[in-house]
Design a binder for this molecule. Sequence first.
Ligand SMILES: Nc1ncnc2c1ncn2[C@@H]1O[C@H](COP(=O)(O)OP(=O)(O)OP(=O)(O)O)[C@@H](O)[C@H]1O
Length: 261
Amino acid sequence: MALLELKNVTKYYNKETPALDKVSFAVRAGEFVSIIGPSGAGKSTILRCINRMIELTGGEISFDGVLASKLKKRELRKLRTRIGMIFQHYNLVDRLTVIENVLHGRLGYKSTLAGVLGRYSREEKRQAYKIIKILGLTDQIYQRCDQLSGGQKQRVGIARALIQNPKMILCDEPIASLDPNASKIIMDHLRNVTTHMGITVLVNLHQVNVALKYSDRIIGVNQGKVVFDGLPDHLAVEHIADIYGSESKDLIIDLGERNAS
Ligand SMILES: Nc1ncnc2c1ncn2[C@@H]1O[C@H](COP(=O)(O)OP(=O)(O)OP(=O)(O)O)[C@@H](O)[C@H]1O
């Protein structure tokens, strides 16, 4: 059974053109799936609809056997504890330390008062240390986040998502602001999250070659529609053209390189 299923999801920001037009796909538990497509294709809108940061105009989304698109406040909060989110610009609290930012991932489980007072159990702190170690941030644990590099900030973002104990992590352009070195470290950690922790990852990416290297499956989106859904090995030049239109010429070089190796 699918962990996540989108059925005919439509989103209109304005009355004229839909940002999403009958988007349907399913993600199984333990899969690493990339969504690729040109700027404005609707990739971020898909992720924001899944965790209900925005409301869909039509269609249905189910997650872990629950109709997520219909949940009311309390259930929605519960759903969001099971879906971690990682952002291009990290969304950390800069003046707080690494461990404080990571512990913020537990806020969804707490009353507002406990959250405001920063009350975390010994077990939560133990868990935070463990995850910070896995992400290679032990030396930075008490450093303020505004003193970290972009790659380190994104590792804090991953740690904050992991401490939620999520079933799935949504990543919106996690490497778009990073250099190739830091990008590789982040993608390796995300792949680990699926391979070694069994957590499903759904990631928006600009770089086709990165999607080819890391994904179990690739979903290609163009103008709000899914135009490819298949294995990386099945992504052919004509699919790239369907996904990227006139931008595709440069990207075909990446596919050529993959086929040559
Ligand atoms: N809050 C908003 N209000 C109005 N239109 C929006 C809003 N957010 C996105 N859009 C529009 O919806 C479409 C899809 O945008 P979206 O950000 O989902 O695309 P994307 O594939 O993630 O692009 P990018 O790679 O540039 O982030 C675009 O035409 C965009 O202009």
